[in-house]
Design a protein around this ligand. Sequence first.
Ligand SMILES: Nc1ncnc2c1ncn2[C@@H]1O[C@H](COP(=O)(O)OP(=O)(O)OP(=O)(O)O)[C@@H](O)[C@H]1O
Ligand SMILES: [Mg+2]
Length: 251
Amino acid sequence: MLEIKNLHASVAGKEILRGINLTVNKGEVHAIMGPNGAGKSTLASVLSGNPAFEVTAGSVTFFGENLLDMPPEERACKGIFLSFQYPVEIPGVSMVNFMRAAVNAHRQYRQLDPLSASNFLKLMHSKEQLLELDYKLTNRSVNEGFSGGEKKRNEIFQMAMLEPSLAILDETDSGLDIDAMKVVANGVNALKNENNASLVITHYQRLLDYIVPDFVHIVYKGQIVKTGNKHLAIELEEKGYDWIKGEENQA
Ligand SMILES: Nc1ncnc2c1ncn2[C@@H]1O[C@H](COP(=O)(O)OP(=O)(O)OP(=O)(O)O)[C@@H](O)[C@H]1O
Ligand SMILES: [Mg+2]
């Protein structure tokens, strides 16, 4: 569904992505690892259409269409979901209204009627149960005063509501206690099916005990320098990033 070829991107005149190649098929979970500043969040931003990043070379297709030509809203409606490393707070907008607007915008794009208030609430409650989310959160303003863990769970909740084809989770595990991490992982696993895929950006092999990836890619200096299966994450945990850097120096 997603085909990234030789993707180069810059921010503020500095080249960050330096030739990313990645193919994601339906039903696959890909983990993206790599040291701080390697370009992982930049890749997520470029895929979701953040205008701060300029694509200078390469191509990205999503279900055969040129993704880079689409504005961010269209990418979202086509099924790309980005869970942010640092979720934003939206004071004054309740979770319920925010999610209803988002779900109905997606439905409108697919030429479906908006969900009635009662059907929307039913959908919301079914997803809350799936994620074991605290009901109280949904009546509060989006992310306002949420703890770090609550924000991350909330991102997963939004994902559950929108049922994206491609979910990009940027360090959804950072700052989560072990139980919250399991809730997030269970949510990702519960939503997984043969028609969707996820890109899970993480620093921790531990998360991958719960969300078992089909592929693990290591990004270093804006390129994917190694690809393997879940054992690569374990090897990385043992050897650290000096291992990757060392191989580069020898090359
Ligand atoms: N808006 C921006 N302006 C200037 N530089 C930026 C901007 N966004 C990202 N960068 C730079 O791009 C590089 C890659 O950042 P990115 O956030 O993609 O790294 P990352 O791999 O996600 O790291 P981390 O593991 O710390 O989250 C960094 O050097 C960062 O400072
Ligand atoms: Mg990042």
